[in-house]
Design a protein. Structure first.
Length: 377
């Protein structure tokens, strides 16, 4: 669900067994923009070498047509091929949507990023030594609040998989834990609190505010809040988690109220690319708050990835072909997504319907993003 849970899984020792593999098949090729051979090879490596069930990539380039490719299968039972037109749970990419709403409200003068959380939510953070009067709104968005992650209170997915949670309950779970030992600590709880602040200053549900500000104006028709709905609407892949004995458990059905504004959304590769294009192109925020969004702080590499730096709900990573790519990743049981935009304007989103379970697979996941953003046109 969160970067923390994901990184722990990545670094853990998990038994590997053979899985069905497939050849990366382009759904739409762009003439005059190269054949994306390196990206195709990186994609098939995920299902071939790392034996992930399915993988898909979408590349949108302002100078070329859209290019998509997929490898492996979307459903292990039926053998249905994976494709890049599926809807999927985008996990922590939801955080960038939430941060955008908070920054837009700040730009309108409806909240202050450097104001204490207690100004908007008095009494919410006032137990076990935590004090909302000493935690700024800005620190929530860049994970420097000093708050633990409520997701760490769950020993297994089954504890939350089919349960409904209200945001205040999630905050309460986090505050029952001791504070993190590091100044920067990835915590989905931060963005749950940010969602509560959005509700406080707007007087409407955070889901509705984000829908009003982002989803509807950008016509993201495949993006929605599932609420307590455990199924994914429309075309989608089955989601799998590899167990220690090598079996794959099906986690397609899941209640994501456990992450709310920190990780609940469902979207598509098309819509996520469109969102990051609009955000980084200045269509959703004025120049000043967008620049603030890119002001990063050092991170714990065990909870993001090597080279990554965290801004306000946005991750910046050096691009091997020059400059920085900006985006975010999301990981939830049975679904992994990464999306980013290069300085050239090329945007890439990738999806897996099985979570990478080794450090090597995780590194190759990021290599796929880098390759897709740098592949010769």
């Amino acid at each position: 669900m969160t970067g923390a849970r994901r990184r722990r899984a990545v670094l853990g020792t998990v038994a590997l067994i053979a899985a069905g593999t497939g050849t990366a098949v382009p759904a739409r090729a762009a003439s005059g923009c190269g054949d994306h051979a390196d990206t195709r090879d990186a994609l098939t490596r995920m299902t071939g070498v790392h034996r992930l069930t399915g993988a898909a990539v979408r590349v949108d380039d302002p100078r070329c047509e859209t290019w998509t490719a997929a490898s492996g299968v979307a459903d292990r039972r039926t053998g249905r091929p994976m494709n890049a037109a599926i809807r999927l749970r985008i996990g922590s990419i939801t955080k960038t949507f939430t941060a955008t709403a908070v920054l837009a409200l700040a730009a309108e003068g409806r909240l202050a990023l450097d104001a204490p959380v207690a100004r908007y939510l008095p009494g919410l953070i006032d137990t076990n030594g935590y004090d909302g009067r000493k935690i700024a709104v800005r620190s929530l968005l860049r994970h420097t609040s000093g708050l633990p992650d409520h997701m760490d209170t769950f020993a297994t997915t089954e504890e939350f998989r089919f349960r409904h949670f209200v945001p205040e309950e999630l905050v309460e779970r986090a505050l029952s834990m001791p504070p993190p030992k590091t100044a920067w600590h990835y915590s989905t709880t931060n963005f749950v609190i940010a969602g509560l602040i959005v509700e406080k200053v707007t007087g409407r549900r955070a889901e509705d505010e984000i829908r009003h500000r982002i989803i509807r104006p950008l016509r993201l028709r495949e993006t929605y809040w599932p609420g307590d709905e455990t199924r994914i609407r429309g075309p989608h892949a089955r989601g799998y988690v590899r167990q220690e004995d090598g079996r794959r458990a099906d986690y397609t059905e899941l209640n994501t109220t456990v992450a709310w504004t920190g990780g609940a959304m469902i979207s598509s590769l098309r819509d996520v690319n469109a969102f990051f294009t609009a955000l980084l192109g200045g269509r959703l925020l004025p120049p000043e708050p967008l620049a603030e969004m890119k002001q990063t702080v050092p991170v714990d590499p065990d909870r993001v990835w090597d080279g990554g730096a965290y801004g306000l709900g946005l991750i910046g990573t050096p691009l091997r072909c020059g400059g920085t790519w900006w985006g975010h990743a999301g990981d939830i049981d049975g679904s992994t997504a990464v999306s980013g935009v290069a300085p050239s304007g090329r945007r890439v989103s990738i999806a897996f319907n099985e979570n990478p379970s080794t450090k090597e697979a995780f590194d190759d996941e990021l290599n796929l993003v880098q390759t897709a953003l740098c592949d010769p046109r």
